[in-house]
Design a protein around this ligand. Structure first.
Ligand SMILES: NC(=O)c1ccc[n+]([C@@H]2O[C@H](COP(=O)([O-])OP(=O)(O)OC[C@H]3O[C@@H](n4cnc5c(N)ncnc54)[C@H](OP(=O)(O)O)[C@@H]3O)[C@@H](O)[C@H]2O)c1
Length: 288
């Protein structure tokens, strides 16, 4: 067990850090559905940095973490929306905003470092920015698939890379990726989006071992349908919940430092397990 206390970070806060990298334990609800969590949490007060904070889940997470007393570093492409959000949030907690297009990969470290410096350090970095889209091979829409991969995969990986560098220098923290239930199987309605989320989840699972050695917890959030602009065009949005409710559930899971979880847990954890059990020859006949 590694146990560090009062690690001095390069910022204005001095968190207590308790970590047991080798000891992952299961934190299950009564149905055994919530995924594993690090057995001792890496305790960090303080500040959260969110990409894609101008609308939807990112915006709702900003309100939720502000309500919980966190300082906020918020970025997205639409700076005007972030500035409005900054005004709405203005209260006790510090808020810093910045323009960031995560597809401009070289600009990601600069912007995240600037926000972290403004906040005097950061404890949680949430790679949330993402786009949806429906396109199929051979239809002349490859540019859409490319955009989805550039933003949802490369943009998220660039965020995680820069975030890990910041947190390593500080002595620890937490990286969160907003993936999706769409990553559990190849969805025929949105194959590129589905592939992008599978890639993000698999990447995050792969980096966990390395980052735990640097006292950085890795959390993968797999939302079901959350009521945001990304899916308002869809005819069917089963088990839809509001962005506010989704953000509240996500913040609880993030603060618990779960390794991964669907949001909400019920019914998506059960549905995801059923999805895995459907044989490929049947799966390819289902239009989802
Ligand atoms: N809503 C759901 O049901 C659901 C379910 C599963 C997973 N998710 C995931 O949740 C995340 C947030 O989506 P949402 O539902 O909140 O949709 P949303 O309301 O459309 O929000 C997407 C956010 O990502 C930002 N963004 C998009 N492209 C970007 C880029 N190149 N650089 C920086 N920021 C960018 C957008 O801001 P700008 O346009 O201002 O840049 C916006 O703030 C996404 O990763 C999505 O895949 C959502």
């Amino acid at each position: 067990m590694v146990c560090l206390s009062s690690i001095s970070l390069s910022g204005s806060f001095h968190p207590e850090v308790f970590l047991q990298p080798s000891g992952l334990e299961s934190e299950s609800d009564s149905a055994g559905l919530v995924e594993e969590t690090t057995s001792k949490k890496i305790k960090m007060p303080g500040s959260v940095l969110i990409t894609g904070a101008s609308t939807g889940i990112g915006r709702a997470l900003a309100f939720e973490f502000s309500r919980r007393g966190f300082a906020l570093g918020l970025c997205a492409r639409r700076l005007e929306l972030l500035e409005e959000l900054e005004e709405e949030l203005s209260g006790e907690n510090q808020v810093a905003v910045a323009h960031l297009d995560v597809a401009e990969l070289e600009s990601v470290p600069e912007v995240l470092n600037k926000l972290a410096d403004e906040l005097g350090g950061v404890s949680i970095i949430i790679a949330n920015a993402g786009i949806g889209g429906r396109s199929y091979p051979g239809e002349g829409t490859f540019h859409q698939d490319r955009k989805i991969i550039e933003i949802n995969v490369l943009g998220a990986m660039a965020t995680i890379d820069a975030g890990a560098d910041i947190l390593k220098k500080q002595g620890g923290g937490q990286i969160v990726g907003i993936s999706s239930i769409a990553g559990f199987r190849g969805l025929s309605a949105t194959p590129a989006y589905s592939a992008s989320k599978a890639a993000l989840s698999t990447y995050m699972e792969g980096i966990r071992n390395h980052l735990l050695q640097h006292k950085i917890a890795v959390t993968v959030i797999n939302p079901g349908f959350i009521d945001t602009p990304i899916n308002t065009h869809r005819k069917s949005r089963p088990f839809l919940i509001s962005a506010e409710k989704g953000a509240q559930l996500m913040a609880d899971l993030i603060e618990k430092q779960v390794l991964s979880s669907t949001v909400p847990v019920w019914p998506w954890a059960v549905i995801s397990r059923i999805m895995y059990l459907i044989p490929e020859r049947l799966w390819c006949r289902i239009n989802v």
